[in-house]
Structures are given as C-alpha cells and as structure tokens.
Design a protein around this ligand. Sequence first.
Ligand SMILES: Nc1ncnc2c1ncn2[C@@H]1O[C@H](COP(=O)(O)OP(=O)(O)OP(=O)(O)O)[C@@H](O)[C@H]1O
Length: 342
Amino acid sequence: MALIEVQNLRKEFKRVIPKTGFLSGVRNLWNSNYHTHVAVDDISFQVEEGELLGYIGPNGAGKSTSIKMLTGILVPTAGSVKIAGLTPWKNRREHTQNIGVVFGQKTQLWWDIPVIESFRVLKTIYKIPDDQYLRNLNQFRDLLEIDQFENTPVRQLSLGQRMRADLAASLLHDPKILFLDEPTIGVDVLAKERLRTFIKEINRTRGVTVLLTTHDMQDIEKLCNRMAIIDDGNILYDGSIDDLKSKFGNERTLVIELDDAPYRLNLPGTRVLREEGPRVWLAFNRDQLSASDIMMRVAEHHTIRDLTVEEPEIESIVREIYEGGMSGQKKEEEHVPVLDLQ
Ligand SMILES: Nc1ncnc2c1ncn2[C@@H]1O[C@H](COP(=O)(O)OP(=O)(O)OP(=O)(O)O)[C@@H](O)[C@H]1O
C-alpha cells in the first residue's frame, strides 16, 4: 500500500453573492445567496514512501486546498485520503505526529520568542524524548546553521533564516512525511540552494517522503523525480520529469555561430528565436528535423564556427501546458511554423 493514497478528492467552497444597492452592507449580513466554487474537482494520486513529489500548477489551481486536505486542516466535500493508513481530518492527532508542514508564506513559529524557545514548545507539544530532540537539534545546527540565530526572535530573522528555522521545526518530531508549500519563495539564490540541499539530504538519509508545491521550476528540476501538474482542480500530468520532457518538450534550440552575420538563414521547419552578431538561435521540432540536417543546410551558405544544441527548459514546457493544456497538436502548430527556403 502506498504511503499517501488520494482518491477522487473534491473541495467546494460556498461563496456569498453580494447584494448591491441601498443598505447592501446590512442586507449582506442575512444574505443566503451562494454560489459554489470548485477549488479541487477530482484528484487522485499515490505517493510511495521515500518519494519526492513536485505538486505544481498556476495560481488558483487548487494546490494549497489539496495540501490543506492532506494535512487535515480542511475536510473535503468528497473523496478519500489515506496517509500511513489514517484519514487526516478524522485522525488529526495521530496524523500530526506523522507529518511536518512548512508554509513558505506563513511561519509556524511563535513570532516574538527566540527560535530555540519555539523548538522547546514543540518538544513539549509533540512529546519528543530528550535524546531525539538533541540529536535532531544538533543535526539541524550542522546542516542549517541555525545556531547562528537560534537565540533571535523569529520576527527579527531574514526570510532565508526563517525558512531554515521553519524547516528544522517541522522535522524535530521525526515525521514520515513533509509537506512543503512554497519553501523557497522570496529567498535569494544562495539561500534557495542551501534549502534544496537540506531537503534532498533529509529525503535521502532519513527517507522522509516530501510533497512540494512551488512556482520555481528549479526547485522541481533539482529536487523531484516526479511531478504532478494541477490546473482547475484536476491533475493534467503525473509522471517523471524525463517523460514530460520527452513527451512534450520536442522543441530543441540549435545555437550556431557563423563566420559572418546569419544572412538568408531561413530554413523550413525552423524558427529564428534570437540573433546576436554572428550567432543565431534556431528552434526546431526534433521529431521532424535533426540538428545535422539543419547544420548541412546552413553550411551551404555559411561557414560554421561553433554550434550547440540546447535541451528544452522544463519552465517553458510547463508554461506551454498552463497556456494550452496537454494537446501536443496545438503546441506544434503554434511553435514551429514552416518557413519557405529563400
Ligand atoms: N476558503 C476559501 N473560500 C473560497 N474560495 C477559496 C478558499 N480557499 C481557496 N479558494 C479558491 O479556491 C481556488 C484554489 O485556491 P488554492 O489556494 O488552492 O490555489 P493554489 O493552487 O494554491 O494557488 P496559488 O499558487 O496562488 O497559491 C481559488 O480560486 C481560490 O480563490
């Protein structure tokens, strides 16, 4: 049995349709006109122990609502969730012992007390034995260097420091599963790298299963081997990043440096993305053309000094899926128009 089993999960929110006009403020107090908003429509997936799953989607797709149901904060309208055999919103106490949660936008720590005091409060709440607490604290001092700021109140920490403290706090009780909702949001490049290294390390060494939501595709590329793309409350894609690239990322870019300016470089099946002096970036569909075909055609008119083939960026594949859904047909028509050879 998988560690996380989600089946036909659905969440509807009732929203009041506001009354307008005379005394609307008062009349809205007794307003019983609702419309139903479907935040999560019908989601099913499974996560095996030790997996690191990226859960991504555009704003409003339903990611946070899903995470809130998986952590037991929200009760779904329909569907089922079993995590380590428990139903999160029914077995909240036992479930809380199994999970750690970090919301990048909101700290779980107490704002006005030093970080280490927050940790002590958590030690009491989770009934963490002394030896386990000290072992974990020392490891986090080592890996996250929290000793540099553990006596500082949370409100005085930088965002990167706060995220390190939140991550450490979420793991003090040795949870099996870690839910990370945008853990790198707003932090600088170096701090992001440090957080990613830590997440990878605890997944590798402790076998912690991680479900990560993020808008940063670098997080996904560097951390996850599997990703689920969600939009409008439904899963559009669930699979490996390599599969996503090979199924949907059939566009490659050939960067050619010529001896002269790329005059008359107008080849069927390619699209000029950029020109910079003697360099030109040509997009092509690798199912229809090969880099060597293009090279030969270019060599008929120019002397080639250098060339490289760039793989598709996961960022651009995901952007295309957000914009055009999963239809490969649409993407090909839009992105690789056939040009006439001059
Ligand atoms: N408590 C609520 N009441 C009414 N509608 C809600 C509530 N919470 C979320 N929604 C709506 O449900 C939809 C999904 O929201 P959700 O926060 O899950 O999206 P998200 O994928 O996490 O977006 P983002 O990337 O912007 O955080 C949105 O349209 C949102 O407005």
